[in-house]
Design a protein around this ligand. Sequence first.
Ligand code: NAP
Length: 242
Amino acid sequence: MLKGKTAIVTGGSRGIGAAVADKLASLGVNVAVIYAGNQAAADAVCAKCKAEHGVEAKSYPCNVASFAETKGVVAAIKADFGTVHILVNNAGITRDGLLAMMPERAWDAVLDTNLKGAFNMIRHCTGLFLRAKEGCIINISSVSGLMGNVGQCNYSASKAGLIGLTKSAAKELAPKGIRCNAIAPGFIRTDMTETLENGPLLSMIPLGRMGEAEEVAEAAAYLATAKYVTGETIRVDGGIAM
Ligand SMILES: NC(=O)c1ccc[n+]([C@@H]2O[C@H](COP(=O)([O-])OP(=O)(O)OC[C@H]3O[C@@H](n4cnc5c(N)ncnc54)[C@H](OP(=O)(O)O)[C@@H]3O)[C@@H](O)[C@H]2O)c1
């Protein structure tokens, strides 16, 4: 069903994005991996996709927060792959801190990367989707956007914003055959959460453990194939946000 399609995975060099790229490649999807600065890791993800799954894979440096850079990278990916069928907006950062002391730059960096980054990528891919009369957008939100979290006003605002973006884009683009969904992961074992591994948060997770990036990738693969699902946010969180 997905064989021969092309996906862009932002933040595909590490963690959840790397797992999503690998999972989609295992289903025969060619992958364009966008990264911020970690070229060696992005190239390693692409090399694995090619060697283990026989798909095309190429890495692209791009700051998703930049409207101009994202426009350029989508054009480059179109030139290399022909078109794009699936867009996974996964690139994200945290700059945690209490609201009363949060520097303006911490707010701006998180909103620009996590929320505007997704807008930028959707904005530049939508023309390709409209021409193809098909498209699938998957935004990686967070349970922090559903529940809020102390010390994460910037991050949870960006992730709640992604859910609003997902629903509006889903409504606007559904008549054109384009679906847009979100995934809200809970605490997933990646570089982003390495300091939380043995913290008190674990006791709040009904399933009693952190999640694995591959478990989020399973949900992305489902959404890539779920032809009658749009505007949905799927929690992959061990039950923490129920
Ligand atoms: N881990 C969790 O528990 C968890 C829970 C809920 C939601 N999420 C969300 O899931 C997504 C992935 O998280 P993760 O834990 O896998 O993160 P991670 O391991 O820290 O990896 C972040 C990825 O985003 C890329 N990136 C960061 N800023 C970027 C920018 N401005 N432009 C382009 N790429 C950029 C990084 O590229 P480089 O490698 O080049 O730096 C890297 O590939 C994020 O949106 C995060 O908010 C994570």
